[in-house]
Design a protein around this ligand. Structure first.
Ligand code: ATP
Length: 264
């Protein structure tokens, strides 16, 4: 990340880069002010996610899981607390800077895909690469590689509405990953899919994780959560439990620097 004006996380130096968390949140708090009474959705959350981890956040409806994910992706701003991404303090970033950071370093997939309906599959995937500064040729090559990897070869010229839900979510995943983001945020990515689509998304997330992709997944689905290295139970705006599954991470992210580097 080439921004010397951004304060580095206390205690981190370039020599310690191998141990800098991808996400570090301290005391993150967010209250929503809608039509009724204010809703305290995230209430003083401390969280560290290391490079290469696959972390699932589960919990009942309304617990604040999506709000937490939105705070980490800069889609909403915290009322208080601090947030570092790859050692850079980002909680004071303005929207334009967040947009640039997301474009280059954070991939996001949502429950309802959010593809651009009047762009082809190919254009949906190439667009973020072009916006991040890739040449048209490099964007085409990355798109072709990802779509083939995700089993969507031959669908490049299709419009999103011509695809099944599972296929649309795979396009959304390709779009989220085309810039090799340091962090993939997934908010109920199988929430509108049938069991076959759910299995497919799960398999793909696991595959990318095994190659070192850091993933933060919000899900209701215990089966999806069990694919993660670590499951955080979120309740009433707070972390109620934080458990590592199995013997440590399946992928530590070590040795894949450059993929993990947060770029602005
Ligand atoms: N923009 C908003 N304005 C007002 N209230 C909101 C807003 N977004 C979320 N909330 C409220 O904040 C609380 C937490 O919502 P959030 O979506 O983060 O929970 P969640 O755990 O992701 O729930 P679900 O699993 O149902 O998606 C809920 O009570 C919700 O109604």
């Amino acid at each position: 990340m080439s921004d010397d004006a951004t304060p580095a996380e206390p205690g981190t130096t370039p020599g310690e880069r191998g141990v800098v968390p991808i996400v570090r949140a301290e005391g993150l708090t967010k209250t929503h002010h809608g039509e009724g009474a204010p809703v305290p959705a995230v209430r003083g959350v401390d969280l560290v996610v290391q490079p290469g981890e696959f972390v699932a956040v589960t919990g009942p409806s309304g617990a604040g899981k999506s709000t937490l994910l939105h705070l980490i992706g800069g889609l909403q701003r915290p009322d208080s607390g601090s947030l570092w991404l790859d050692g850079r303090q980002v909680d004071g970033y303005r929207e334009a800077r967040w947009a640039m950071l997301r474009r280059r370093s954070i991939g996001i997939v949502f429950q309802f895909f959010n593809l651009v309906s009047d762009l082809t599959v190919a254009d949906n995937v190439e667009l973020p690469a072009l916006l991040a500064g890739a040449s048209p040729r490099a964007a085409r090559e990355s798109r072709a590689e990802l779509l083939s990897e995700l089993g969507l070869e031959g669908r490049e010229r299709s419009m999103p509405g011509e695809l099944s839900g599972g296929e649309q979510q795979r396009v959304a995943l390709a779009r989220a990953l085309v810039n090799h983001p340091a962090l993939l945020l997934a908010d109920e990515p199988a929430g509108s899919l049938d069991s076959k689509g759910t299995r497919e998304v799960l398999r793909l997330l696991s595959r990318f994780h095994q190659r070192g992709q850091t993933i933060l997944l919000v899900t209701h689905d215990a089966r999806m959560a069990s694919a993660a290295d670590r499951v955080i139970s979120f309740f009433d705006g707070r972390i109620a439990d934080d458990a590592a599954l199995g013997a440590g991470s399946r992928a530590t992210g070590a040795g894949v620097s450059g993929v993990l580097e947060l770029k602005e």
